[in-house]
Design a protein around this ligand. Sequence first.
Ligand code: THU
Length: 146
Amino acid sequence: MAEIKTPEDLVARSQEAKKSAYCIYSNFRVGAALLSTDGTVFTGCNVENACYNLGICAERTAIAKAVSEGHRDFNAIAIASDMEDEYISPCGGCRQFMREFGLKWEVYLSKPDGSFMKTTVEELLPNSFGPEDLKEKRIVQAEHSQ
Ligand code: THU
């Protein structure tokens, strides 16, 4: 696959990934393209299920693909949908999933015409809870509550 040189390239890859969306219940296609710091791109689409709550978003599909192949450092993710007039905005769960792998990387929210809005994980999820918080000093619990 061609090297990613611009945000437009990454948006194009997310639009390509959108074509694989399995969304027979919502009929709402989403694609994502995740750029790791070494230049590898992992794409994802939403994958729905007859047991509705098991569906997975495009962004989490892409992140799980990357992490399961040993990639944890990311420069950017582009997201695509079919909404003509709105930039696709990731759900809260996906924002938290992105945040796990850092706050200071870019997120491109796109429209089908290829235009995009650039933001960051930190802007999408301010004052967040993350892996570092689990290392913070905690009070000693005197006793377990019932
Ligand atoms: N969806 C995504 O894949 N990513 C988003 O950012 C928003 C929503 C999916 C989940 C579901 O398959 C469909 O879009 C409708 O919510």
